[in-house]
Design a binder for this molecule. Structure first.
Ligand code: HDD
Length: 716
């Protein structure tokens, strides 16, 4: 620093000092790249008007195509090169624009500009993803979901590249390629796609006890969220917040969804692979188009440096959470996702996240997984996005100015003026120049941490506890959640061909979480589980906390029906007024009623009025919606009762623990389908008013959990 004569202490460059982004800054920045063909002629990339886009140039009408046809060659050549390498992990994703706004000034934790002013909205771009499958795989597979946020701040881009689960499979980044090779489709036949239920995954994780906690999360229903709006998000690692005085504090970042947490049911998730492989991305897209935005609160768990060692685990170990009971989550702001991208490839596919993108006020910790990530992301973009200029791709550009002496390489867009591409210089006035670190909105300064140690390839003993937080997670689940976890291990291991791998999981891993869990999964596989925990004491750990209610999905039930979708089943002869009233009432509660009929032909109601269906029974099956109303009308109910799809609709909704209301004659459909009628969550009534409040109450619990055991009898 400092020997540049043009560096003025305590100030940035004259053109950089007054950067004030607004919620719209990123959209404004993208505007100059948007292209709208309306009213324009078809031209080549060189600007030539094309007169015939249907026929290639030939030697005679029936003759060979001529090499001379540069219009044909340009078109095919571009098409042939349309694909770029997909992400090695997180290949399938969907993204949205929005903003982040702090609740109040958070300067006591961090000097980062985006946390200071409650009036300030910082633009964000968020990409959600699955991890294992390729770009064309299904949304609802059992997997972790990526939750990556790019904040376009006045001080540069901050990327919070997190997941919907708060821990990770491995402790050291050097194991990442091994883990990814094990979980990805197997190398000899590329099977199975998007799933962990196969030999190499279970082989690896059963040989790596440190993965146990995270594997348990992925065996819970969290592994297939109902909607991206219903997922929590986590920065996973312990990071640092730095205040104006340069004091650092450890921090874990959390996203808390305002719509509550809820997930699909495994059977439902599997059926969705075929019924609507785009289920999550479609719902996010449609909701944003409808003005039903996604909202999350940003939370921080802050740990003073002097408290670093007061926990019974190491806060640098990414396989550990800091239980919310030990350090509460302070909510510091809100994020709203309110705009869909204009172009999937240009934005969602080309966006490049990197945990190394931080701003003054945020810094890293020595978590060895995080340290490795700081290398990997920049490196991977070189291949994926074709060289080091990917920061110039519109979606990746910061909204503040950025000037430096980096030059050239593939696809360079910036036309750097001037003669001096080095610093210091006295030819171009010394610009661009450094900004002193201590300045207001100043230059970045790494956290002043003393590191004095031997070079070793080693793992700290404090990372040795592999099981106590897995046990904590297990203990914190409700009975239904525990049953689903038992079912998940049972299912996954049933797909593992090698018996010794199944045995290793059941006899050497699961008992260390919980003996009953091991016994039950073992019973389902005919494998005897041990009656005491086999792992050494140091691996079993010593968590002082027995249970943490915050770890259950039930901790954040919605208790309202906002954004829920309800099927209203109809056929000719339906009570039309009732259908209209049901739609209106649902809308008034922030939900959406969808009229679903045997076909798309308008339905004749009892009043003679035609009702245009929103969808048909097999086009919008029950797995795509949250609850069902069977509307009254004798003829309508009779038609539905005589249709396989009509019967299946309510049976499947019952199986997936959904609330079902039947009005008047509607009850007959439930009886015909052998859906029990005297049960919680099955709401019968003569009028819409009779059923509406109990229906919304049941939906507010997301599912009718008390039905879980009985629903297994339903053959749908
Ligand atoms: Fe990673 C992508 C999240 C560990 C290496 N990662 C990627 C994405 C998310 C995460 C959300 C997709 C971003 C997007 O939408 O484009 N990764 C995580 C989390 C981790 C984690 C929460 C642990 C706490 N990752 C991790 C390690 C390494 C990587 C340890 C390597 C040492 N991750 C990558 C990558 C990817 C990636 C290969 C693939 C595509 C990309 O980066 O841009 O570099």
């Amino acid at each position: 620093m400092a020997n540049n004569p043009h560096t003025t202490p305590n100030s940035g460059g004259p053109n950089d000092t007054d950067v004030k982004t607004t919620e719209n800054s990123k959209s404004d920045n993208l505007e100059r790249y948007r292209s709208d063909a309306e009213g324009h002629d078809l031209r080549t990339n060189q600007g030539l008007r094309i007169s015939d886009n249907h026929n290639s140039l030939k030697a005679g009408e029936r003759g060979p195509t001529l090499m001379e046809d540069f219009i044909f060659r340009e078109k095919l050549n571009h098409f042939d090169n349309e694909r770029i390498p997909e992400r090695i992990v997180h290949a399938r994703g969907a993204a949205a624009h929005g903003y982040f706004q702090p609740y109040k000034n958070a300067a006591q934790y961090s000097k980062a500009g985006l946390f200071q002013d409650p009036g300030k909205k910082t633009p964000v771009f968020v990409r959600f993803s699955t991890v294992q499958g390729s770009r064309g795989s299904n949304d609802t597979v059992r997997d972790v979901r990526g939750f990556a946020t790019k904040f376009y701040t006045d001080e540069g881009n901050w990327d919070l590249v997190g997941n919907d689960m708060p821990v990770f499979f491995i402790q050291d980044a050097i194991k990442f390629p091994d883990f990814v090779h094990a979980v990805k489709p197997e190398p000899h036949n590329e099977i199975p796609m998007g799933q962990s239920a196969h030999d190499t995954f279970w082989d690896f994780v059963s040989l790596m006890p440190e993965s146990t906690h995270m594997v348990l999360w992925t065996m819970s229903d969290r592994a297939f969220p109902r909607h991206y709006r219903n997922m929590e998000g986590f920065g996973v690692h312990t990071f640092r917040l730095i205040d104006k005085q340069g004091k650092g504090r450890f921090v874990k970042f959390h996203w808390k969804p305002l719509a509550g947490t809820c997930s699909l049911i495994w059977d439902e998730a599997q059926k969705l692979w075929g019924r609507d492989p785009d289920f999550n991305r479609r719902n996010m897209w449609d909701d944003i188009e409808n003005g039903d935005f996604l909202e999350y609160e940003l939370g921080v768990q802050v740990v003073e440096e002097e408290d670093e060692h007061k926990f019974d685990f190491d806060i640098l170990d990414p396989t550990k959470i800091i239980p919310e009971e030990q350090v509460p989550v302070t909510l510091i702001g809100k994020m709203v996702l309110n705009r869909n991208p204009d172009n999937f490839f240009a934005e969602t596919e080309q966006v490049a996240f990197n945990p190394a993108n931080i701003v003054p006020g945020i810094d890293f910790s020595n978590d060895p997984l995080l340290q490795g990530r700081l290398f990997s992301y920049l490196d991977t973009q070189m291949l994926r996005l074709g060289g080091p200029n990917f920061h110039e791709i519109p979606i990746n550009q910061p909204v503040c100015p950025f000037h430096n002496n980096q030059r050239d390489s593939m696809h360079r867009q910036t036309i750097n003026k001037g003669q001096a591409s080095y610093e210091p210089n006295s030819i171009d006035g010394g610009w661009p120049s450094e900004t002193p670190a201590a300045a207001e909105n100043g230059g970045f300064e790494s956290y002043y941490e003393r590191v004095d140690a031997h070079k070793v390839r080693a793992r700290s003993d404090s990372f040795g506890d592999h099981y106590s937080q897995a046990t904590l997670f297990w203990n914190s689940q409700t009975d239904v959640e525990k049953e689903h976890i038992i079912d998940a291990y049972t299912f996954e291991l049933s797909k593992v061909a090698r018996p010794w791998i199944r045995e290793r999981v059941i006899q050497e891993i699961l008992p260390n979480i919980d003996l009953e869990l091991a016994r039950r999964v073992g019973e389902n596989h005919g494998i005897e589980a041990p009656t005491s925990k086999p792992a050494p004491a140091e691996e079993l750990g010593r968590s002082s906390l027995q249970s943490s209610p915050a770890l259950s999905l039930m901790a954040r039930l919605p208790n309202n029906i906002l954004y829920r979708k309800v099927a209203i089943l109809v056929a000719d002869g339906v009570d039309g007024d009732q259908v209209e009233a049901a739609k209106a009432k649902l809308k008034a509660e922030g939900a959406q009623g969808m009229v679903i009929a045997p076909s798309m032909a308008p339905v004749k109601s009892t009043s003679g009025k035609a009702i245009v269906p929103d969808a048909m029974l097999n086009g919008q099956p029950s797995v795509t919606l949250d609850a069902v109303i069977v509307a009254g009308g004798e003829q309508s109910v009779k038609t539905l009762s005589q249709s396989g799809m009509g019967l299946y609709y309510v049976q499947e909704a019952y199986k997936h623990l959904k609330a079902i209301a039947a009005i008047g004659e509607g009850q007959a459909l439930l009886s015909a389908a052998e859906v029990p009628t005297q049960e919680d969550g099955i709401i019968l009534g003569a009028t819409l008013d009779d059923v509406f409040t109990p229906l919304t109450k049941a939906m507010g619990q997301h599912r009718v959990w008390s039905r879980d055991e009985k629903a297994k009898l339903m053959s749908a």
